[in-house]
Design a protein around this ligand. Structure first.
Ligand SMILES: *Cc1c(COP(=O)(O)O)cnc(C)c1O
Length: 490
């Protein structure tokens, strides 16, 4: 049964609290609050505490989360986030500080930021890092503003940005926001950049190539070094979207691939609960020539300075693109990422990517007999399959996604990447056990069989949820956000 609204649960006169009679004059309070009559006209719900508690507890149980079940939402890295990260983020010394406090009173926080910059630099090989951007897409914006500043400083503002058709959708959007024209690069038959096409399009007007690594097909570009050298030979920069770095930790350094600008998604790779608009962080790493353009302030360290002044905010950077975020970024996310990196260490981080890749390939091996595989290659951290075969029976990727909900599983990303028909983009992540993967594969195989023999059961899914298929277009176009009492409904 769908959970009723609080308005529908209550009855006039019910209260969720009881307070003793006040022993101080209440005249001021009466003046501050609207008169009782007006309060009634607000039609606020009136519920007992027990009904209130049950209402919100039931709602929380209808919520899906990584802590309740498997969440293979491709490209989003919905892995388990160790609870020790939360403990660290809630330490009073981190939780209860204010960004306007003098630097000498927050040396520990600045040290954490400084060391996190260094860890990200050593993981990626990049020369400098800013922690300021609040999300992956925000990191892209920051990175591309630095690309602009770099070309401007060299006296020739270029016009174009190249983006492969296998890139994340935020890449072309970012380039356009920075005022660039976007030219799309076709993928070759192995899901990589088509080198001939790149050579043809790579002119002196191209500011950068934006490459998602691994790309949205879950594939690593086999010609990445060749790609970088073609871009560099015409004075362009290589921007790398590293949001899905859980595939590559400790395996390869982006700088060694020829990357000039790179963004990380701390909330994905470095383990902060995200989704639903929760806080994130999209630090950006740059190569040596782009260092002067980093946003201010950069967190610096001077070992020779007096105690209390060693860690500092460096504002003295005349070529900086300026600040991109209020204060210094989402500090709580930085604490979680720092804790995650420190608890795992170099060996642990390498194991993260080994497990992410082996988990995805395990699923690929179990499922490729039952679903179409558009590129016959080993994948990285995610496997992109196609429901083309099921479509012949009238069952589409959306129907398969809805049917998975009946098995207690979160659906994978669907209809993305756009270059795969009926795409099912499955990212199991490194934190899942073989049992969980086997359960998911069994569900997917059963659904493939149902699609062939009994498509109605798939087409009518989900069967076991409080509500079935929602009208998503109407929900987006005509959202019904306000409750009205029965008497006032028109
Ligand atoms: C998630 C993702 C982004 C965007 O990150 P947000 O934090 O959601 O803004 C960009 N690129 C890739 C490849 C991603 O997976």
């Amino acid at each position: 049964m769908p959970e009723p609204l609080l308005f529908e649960i209550g009855a006039p006169g019910r209260e969720g609290y009881s307070l003793p009679e006040p022993d101080v004059p209440t005249r001021d309070l009466d003046e501050m609050l609207p008169p009782a009559r007006q309060r009634q006209e607000l039609n606020l719900p009136e519920v007992a505490q027990i009904d209130l508690v049950r209402h919100f507890t039931r709602l929380s149980q209808q919520n899906f989360s990584v802590d309740t079940s498997f969440y293979p939402l491709g490209s989003c890295t919905m892995k388990y986030n160790p609870k020790v990260n939360e403990d660290a983020a809630r330490l009073a010394g981190f939780r209860a500080i204010h960004p306007y406090q003098p630097a000498e009173t927050v040396q520990g926080a600045l040290r954490l930021m400084y060391e996190l910059q260094n860890y990200l630099a050593s993981i990626s090989g990049m020369a400098g890092i800013t922690l300021q951007p609040a999300a992956g897409a925000h990191g892209e914006l920051t990175g591309m503003l630095m690309v602009r500043a770099y070309h401007a400083a060299r006296g020739h503002q270029r016009r174009l940005v190249l983006v492969p058709d296998s890139a994340h959708g935020t890449n072309p959007a970012t380039a356009a926001m920075c005022g660039y024209e976007v030219a799309t690069l076709r993928s070759n038959g192995r899901g990589g950049v088509d080198l001939d096409e790149l050579r043809r399009l790579m002119t002196d007007e191209v500011a950068a190539l934006m490459l998602t690594i691994p790309n949205t097909l879950g594939l690593f570009d086999e010609n990445i070094c060749e790609v970088a050298s073609i871009v560099h030979s015409r004075g362009g920069l290589l921007y790398c979207d590293g949001a899905n770095m859980n595939a590559l930790l400790g395996q390869v350094r982006f700088a060694d691939l020829g990357c000039d600008v790179l963004h990380f998604n701390l909330h994905k790779t470095f383990s902060t609960p995200h989704g639903g608009g929760g806080p994130g962080a999209g630090p950006v790493g740059v190569s040596q020539p782009l260092l002067p353009f980093l946003p201010v302030p950069v967190v610096g360290y001077r070992p020779e300075a007096a105690e209390g002044e060693k860690y500092f905010l460096d504002w003295d950077r005349p070529q900086s693109i300026g600040r991109v975020r209020a204060f210094y970024g989402n500090f709580g996310v930085m604490v979680r990422a720092y804790t995650y990196i420190r608890t795992l260490g170099a060996e642990g981080l390498r194991a993260v990517s080994e497990n992410a890749v082996i988990n995805a390939n395990y699923l690929l091996a179990l499922l490729k007999e039952y679903y179409d595989l558009p590129y016959q290659r080993r994948c990285m951290h995610e496997a992109v399959l196609s429901a083309k075969r099921q479509k012949a029976h009238g069952v589409r990727a959306l129907d398969i996604a809805k049917r998975l909900i009946d098995y207690g599983l979160h659906p994978p990303t669907i209809y993305f990447p756009l270059i795969v028909e009926e795409a099912l983009m499955i990212e199991p992540t490194e934190t899942e056990s073989k049992q969980t993967l086997d359960y998911f594969a069994r569900a997917m195989i059963e659904i493939a069989e149902q699609a062939e023999r009994n498509p109605e059961v798939v087409l009518a899914a989900p069967h076991h949820t409080p509500v079935g298929r929602l009208d998503e277009v109407a929900a987006a176009r005509r959202p019904n956000l306000r409750w009205r009492p029965e008497s006032k409904k028109s």
